[in-house]
Every structure is written in C-alpha cells, then in structure tokens.
Ligand binder design. Sequence first.
Ligand code: SAM
Length: 224
Amino acid sequence: MKIPEHGMISLRARHRMVQEQLETQGIQDPRVLAAMREIHRHLFVEEALASRAYSDENLPIGAGQTLSQPLTVARMTQALRLTGNEECLEIGTGSGYQTAILARLCRKVYTIERLTGLADASRKRLRLLGLHNIVCRQGDGSLGWPEERPFDRILVTAGTPVTPENLIRQLGPNGILVAPEGSKNAQNLIRVTRQEDGSIRKETLDPCCFVPLIGAQGWQNEAP
Ligand code: SAM
C-alpha cells in the first residue's frame, strides 16, 4: 500500500471541511476540531475517491461498507468527551479513519473489524501512518474485547437493534459508550454513561444512519 504525499491542497481542504461542515454544525470541542484538521481523510479511501474525501458525504470503502461523513465522525467523537487519558474500544474499524481520530485524542485504542479484507487493510494503513497507540483485531465486535476490559470509552460505528449488553458490561467506572441504535434503515445516536454508583444513564442524541452491526449481539444476517 502506497501512502501518497500530503500536499497543501489537502491542508486547505481539511481546514475548509472543519470550518464549513463542523464548526457551523455545533462541533465545538477544540481537540476534536484539531484532530479532524490534522488527519488526512483522503488516505482512507481509494485514490479514485480522494477528490471527494473532504466533501460532506459518506464514501464507499469496499465490501458494501462506508466511511461516515465528517460531521457524523465529529459528532460521535465529541459525544465521547475524551480528555486524552482514556483507553477506548472501537467496534467497526472500517477504513480506520475514525480509529485514527480516536488515536489522536486518547491514550490507547482497541479496534475490532468483522470483515477480514477491511481489517487487514486498515491495520496496514494505520501502521504506515505511524499511529502506534492502536491495537487492531478481526472478529465479532458485538462481544467486545473481554480480555482488555474495562474500557473508559466505547464507540460503536455500526447500527445495532439494541446496544449489546456485553459492551455495556465492559464499560469502566464513569465510562461512556456511544452507539447508533434503531432499525436497519434509521437509528439514533445514544450515549450510555456508567454513573459513580455503577448504574447506567442513557441519553438519545442525534438521528443517524449506519450500516448494520452483524454479530452475536447485533443483527443476525445482512438481508435487508
Ligand atoms: N468507522 C469506520 C471508518 O472510519 O471507516 C466506518 C465504519 S462502517 C460505518 C461500519 C463497520 O462496522 C464496517 O466496516 C463493518 O464491516 C463493521 N462491522 C459490522 N459488524 C461488525 C461486528 N460485529 N464487529 C466488528 N465490526 C463490524
């Protein structure tokens, strides 16, 4: 895999993306805005799609999966309230773009992708980019990563009918989980927070639309 040179065009495009698509839409966390200015989104899609990498749209990443539009990535990341010291579990590595953003904003990222082709490609890409605080695994993320629990943050980037109990169980004290929950065609972003006393608080954030989480604690098959 070849990582093309980073040019001024991409720098301007990233700054414009942040200014026009994120700052105007309620993204205010300066660390999230800085990470999205810094990470080169065009390196996470096929070369033929690079010219669309900074536009306000989802992009195909192969195997029927998508890289979410920048605003969705920013909303989910902001909802996690990262301070920089967290261990984070991400379900649905896909291209690795969201993983790279998380890696800039927390101490360590564990990420799981179900599809072997995407898991291999994103692992290689993240290594070439020199992001060393990421551990990648291929498998069913709906079960979480029990050996590494508890996590300070959990981000699910595929739609689930109900947020997997396994994932909620792997959330540490004061931990926050963000996931798209709903039907196969439309979900709401939800935030689950583990309170001081161990109880769970659930909030509904923005409407969203993700590809399905396929797994033991997600959807059972890919049929619509
Ligand atoms: N965040 C990714 C990015 O930045 O490119 C995009 C994620 S894409 C919307 C959802 C991903 O979740 C797909 O790559 C899909 O294969 C993966 N997925 C679906 N079910 C999964 C599961 N049970 N465990 C892990 N990954 C899963």
